[in-house]
Design a protein around this ligand. Structure first.
Ligand code: UD1
Length: 416
């Protein structure tokens, strides 16, 4: 199994190009199921999760041609509306095939994802929404089996803000009969990117980016070309890393406007940050100040940045209170950070991080995607050598992270 070896203590300097967003690419790949014509995507990141989604789409009958960051998908011979357990259990986002399959073919059989490392993560709101649109849904042998002649537009209120839930229902509604209103919808930029792509395919959507999305169903969609938005979480991870290690970097091909909450917090920590249309520059030349964080749906502070900010707080001056409100079990990185010398107390959904003068390298284990990013940041600031095990989590969501960090001057290598 591959590991990442990091010798910490070096500041980061130089330019880094941000890749396309994993969480925008995954639903947009599923949008290809909605039409018999070709969907051409640019800025597609090279990630294991993208590979898993392509496998899933391939066994449904979708053909894919990839050339670097460009991907052409065609679901003209879509014939097998099944997302099997084998693939769904490795990637929960496979649930995003449910809405598109059902609305295009009238049937979908998607494995229930089950629990995952960061909590229970139910999909009840996806199912309730489709039922409100007239689908018949049975849970059989671990699968969600949904059928509907043609979905009907409906008013759907989601009592919890769900990102993939909003995306699934939006994709189902674009080919439904009549108008769908999604209320308390997720406002995440990835939802907006998906809506923009669907509109290019002929969908009629309004209000994306607000908490009420209106979709007028159409009979068919057509092919289109779309560039995936830059990854705001990858951007935020590099920003948090340089705030922790010190240095001076420039992020290219990013979208500063999607990171307001993160940038504000890093300024509070003492970083100097300037941004233009698609670039962010950050400089940090002192010990960071500790910063309190409370995760919540967009535009508030993202749960996908919580672990990286705990890493930053471990060596900050002062004590920080970090509250996780989205997932109930998302502090598994904390015990690994303690192995590096961090002082952190957990009380319910809150981590109290007492900044220490330094971390010291040790062997640690990644438990999920963002926890891995947190351990990379901790390894970059720790004295001596940190060896991170189970980095397959990292490869699910970060495009060539160690190559990008080496180019910024970090001492980091992949080993077996
Ligand atoms: C997406 C992101 C993930 C991010 C998360 C929150 C993708 C592929 N993944 O995950 O990186 O951490 O948003 O920003 O985009 N919930 C229900 N019932 C449902 C659905 C969700 O109760 O049917 C709850 C969840 O348990 C959780 C909350 O809603 O407490 C938010 O989850 P949700 O936004 O659905 O997360 P994902 O879409 O799975």
């Amino acid at each position: 199994m591959q590991k990442l070896k990091i010798r910490g203590g070096k500041p980061l300097r130089g330019d880094v190009r941000i890749s396309g967003a994993k969480n925008a690419a995954l639903p947009i790949l599923c949008a290809s199921l909605l039409t018999a014509e070709t969907l051409t995507l640019r800025n597609v990141p090279q990630l294991n999760d993208i590979g898993t989604m392509l496998k899933l789409l391939a066994q449904m009958g979708v053909t894919a041609q990839r050339d670097g960051e460009t991907l052409a998908l065609n679901a003209g011979s879509l014939d097998n509306p099944v997302a099997p357990y084998d693939l769904v259990k490795t990637m929960r986002a496979s649930i995003l095939a449910l809405g598109p399959l059902l609305t295009r073919l009238g049937e979908a059989k998607v494995s229930l994802p089950g629990g995952c490392a960061i909590g229970a993560r139910p999909v009840d709101l996806h199912i309730k929404g489709l039922e409100a649109m007239g689908a018949t849904i049975r849970i059989e042998a671990g699968y969600i089996h949904a059928t509907a002649k043609r979905l009907k537009g409906a008013r759907i209120f989601m009592d919890t803000v769900t990102v993939t839930g909003t995306e699934n229902l939006m994709m189902a509604a674009v080919l439904a009969d009549g108008r769908t209103l999604l209320e308390n919808a997720a406002r995440e930029p990835e939802v907006v990117d998906l809506a923009d792509c669907l509109i290019k395919m002929g969908a009629r959507i309004q209000g994306h980016g607000s908490d009420t999305i209106t979709i007028e169903g159409v009979a068919t969609l057509h092919g289109a070309a779309h560039a995936i938005m830059p990854d705001r979480i990858e951007t935020g991870t590099f920003l948090a890393a340089v705030t922790a290690t010190g240095g001076d970097i420039r992020l290219l091909n990013t979208q500063p406007g999607t990171l307001d909450a993160v940038i504000e917090k890093l300024r509070d920590a003492g970083a100097t940050i300037a941004s233009s249309a698609d670039q962010i520059s950050i400089a940090m030349h002192k010990r960071p100040l500790s910063i309190n964080v409370r995760t919540a749906p967009y535009p508030a502070f993202p749960t996908d940045m919580q672990a990286q900010f705990i890493a930053l707080n471990t060596i900050a001056s002062g004590t920080a209170v970090v509250t996780e409100t989205i997932f109930e079990n998302r502090f598994m990185h904390v015990q690994e950070l303690v192995r590096l010398g961090a002082r952190i107390d957990i009380e319910g959904n809150t981590a109290i991080v007492h900044g220490v003068d330094k971390l010291t390298g040790a062997a640690v284990m990644a438990t999920d995607l963002r926890a891995s990013a947190c351990l990379v940041i901790a390894g970059l600031v720790a004295e001596g050598e940190t060896l991170i095990d189970r980095i397959y989590h990292l490869d699910r969501g970060y495009d060539h992270i160690e190559k990008k960090l080496v180019a910024l001057g970090a001492d980091i290598e992949r080993c077996n």
